[in-house]
Write a protein that binds this ligand. Structure first.
Ligand code: CP
Ligand code: NVA
Length: 308
């Protein structure tokens, strides 16, 4: 059987994704009651390749593997042969001989695909310039935990048409909700990704119009990793798209606010937004651990598990 990878949300079926979300909630609840007693993968190892910085992704994957009875290896290009030009296909073949699963955070999505093509163990996208699917597992999990089924609901993305935005578009397709995207001209998501979503996704320019009646509002930094030099230009382009308490007041009264973090207070969000009870970003960040456990299980066992 071909090795399953998780490079975008389109790599699993809607049913598999929904099962993963439910499974993540079960794993989380069991962890709260019993502690990390569920150890299905003793002596299993995960290679974690980070070509960009990370706090949440690294800690959640490493903790997930430790809880599962396994181990994670942090590999930075600075200290490995990847940084000295060893081809990624060769690295993928070598790692496949030794570890059970690989997680990569990198720039080029095509590079990640090339790695996965050469890998005989499952490969997880831990963020590329184009997608951040693991974050969406945690985001949909958080939304589901707090508000039940997301099917038919309306989410709003405010800001850059970036990797997170692309994954929100894929999530709208896979979990069957409406997505309104509010971005400045010139910062739209990729046309092919947008078109594939059909009428589930709409593009708007006015943030008030976008959030009116919405069930969920989310945003992200205006300059992603690798775009640091565009910070000033982007601050000017995105002025007027800050998410504030007053903007959330225009949404549905049960609205939730999500942010993948790290956040820049005073830029894409108001100074105090994360203190507002509608902002559930700490729960969202914590859910990275549980959602990724469900993903690791899915990839290593080949199905969504229903124990413990
Ligand atoms: N949201 C997220 O992926 O955070 P890190 O960059 O800290 O991993
Ligand atoms: N869009 C951001 C997400 C960080 C988790 C970035 O790529 O830097």
């Amino acid at each position: 059987m071909a090795t399953r990878h998780f490079l975008t949300l389109m790599d699993a079926s809607p049913e598999e994704l929904s099962n993963m979300i439910q499974r993540a909630i079960t794993i989380k609840n069991a962890l709260k009651v019993e502690g990390p007693t569920y150890t299905p993968f003793p002596n299993h190892t995960m290679a974690m390749i980070f070509e960009k910085s990370s706090t949440r992704t690294r800690v959640s994957f490493e903790t997930a593997m430790a809880h599962f009875g396994g181990h994670a290896l942090f590999l930075s290009p600075r200290d490995t042969q990847l940084g000295r030009g060893e081809p990624i296909g060769d690295t993928a073949r070598v790692l496949s001989e030794m570890v059970d699963i690989v997680m990569i955070r990198t720039f080029s999505h095509a590079g990640l695909e090339a790695f996965a093509e050469a890998s005989s163990v499952p490969v997880i996208n831990a963020l590329t310039d184009d997608y951040h699917p693991c974050q969406l597992l945690a985001d949909v999990m958080t939304w589901t935990e707090l508000r039940g089924s997301v099917q038919g609901k309306t989410a709003v993305w405010i800001g850059d048409g970036n990797n997170m935005c692309h994954s929100w578009i894929n999530a709208a397709r896979q979990f069957d909700f409406q997505l309104r995207i509010c971005c400045p001209e010139g910062y739209e998501p990729r046309q092919d990704i947008l078109e594939a979503a059909g009428d589930r996704v709409t593009l708007l320019r006015d943030p008030v119009e976008a959030v009116t009646g919405a069930d969920l509002v989310t945003t992200d930094v205006w300059a992603s990793m690798g775009q640091e030099e565009e910070q000033a230009k982007r601050e000017a382009a995105f002025a007027g798209l800050q998410v504030s308490e007053a903007l959330l007041d225009r949404a549905h009264q049960d609205v939730l606010f999500l942010h993948c973090l790290p956040a820049h207070r005073g830029e894409e969000i108001s100074e105090t937004l994360l203190d507002d009870p509608r902002a559930v970003v700490w729960q969202e960040a914590g859910n990275r651990l549980h959602a990724q456990k469900a993903l690791i299980e899915f990839l290593l066992l080949g199905e969504v598990h229903d124990a413990p």
